[in-house]
Ligand binder design. Structure first.
Ligand code: C5P
Length: 206
């Protein structure tokens, strides 16, 4: 079984995917973490993030591995755990640039498709592009303000700056971030975390 959970930035995908995966007793895969890892390695190597060859060279020089645990994914480079460095504002700002590079998208998709099911796959294009035959697909949305208020609890910036950055990232991501035609679209604005997880579990069981 593959369950796909896509959605816009800060729509709650990671927490929801982790909760759904734990309830189902299966792992979840965070594709966004792999895009973030590609961005971090590109930045660390001094690459121009628009330069696909330079970013791919950084990825191949220092291979990374996704550890798909239900309680939260980790990204390793050998014995170095990169996970805590992947949610900085610097990575937030660069990741949409790296995510449009076809070679990086192919690298991420290849890593995800090597994982044996069952799992919950979380991202932007899991239901449309990476696992189009998944039997249960969901797409999470919420207004920019609601998302900024949630993220302000995890970032040092104020809510207006976070909202502006989210709107910018929505625009940059919109090509690869659209609901699959057979996805259940859930507005998470009026729901708490348990409410969204419950709605998805009901949809999976239907
Ligand atoms: O989900 P998260 O916010 O961590 O994703 C970080 C970025 O990675 C997104 O803003 C988007 O640019 C990119 N991404 C993507 N396709 C995915 C997952 C993430 O383009 N499937």
């Amino acid at each position: 079984m593959i369950v796909t959970i896509d959605g816009i930035a800060a729509s709650g995908k990671s927490s929801v995917s982790s909760g759904v995966a734990r309830a189902l007793g299966i792992p979840y895969l965070s594709s966004g973490l792999l895009y973030r890892a590609a961005t971090l390695l590109g930045l660390d190597s001094g690459a121009d993030l628009n330069d696909e060859a330079a970013v791919l060279a950084a990825l191949h020089a220092h291979p990374v591995r996704l550890e798909p645990l239900a309680e939260g994914n980790r990204v390793w480079q050998g014995t170095r755990d990169l996970t805590d460095d992947l949610h900085s504002s610097t990575v937030d700002h660069g990741v949409s640039v790296v995510a449009v590079l076809p070679g990086v998208r192919a690298w991420v998709n290849d890593q995800l498709r090597q994982v044996p099911p069952p799992f919950v796959a979380e991202g932007r294009d899991m239901g449309t592009n990476v696992f189009p035959h998944a039997p249960a697909k969901f797409y999470l949305t919420a207004s920019p303000r609601v998302r900024a208020q949630r993220r302000a609890k995890e970032r040092p910036e104020d809510v207006d700056a976070i909202e502006a950055a989210l709107i910018r990232r929505d625009e940059l991501d919109h090509v690869q971030s659209a609901p699959a035609v057979d996805a259940h679209v859930i507005d998470t604005g009026p729901l708490d975390l348990e409410g969204v997880i419950g709605a998805i579990l009901t949809g999976v069981a239907a």
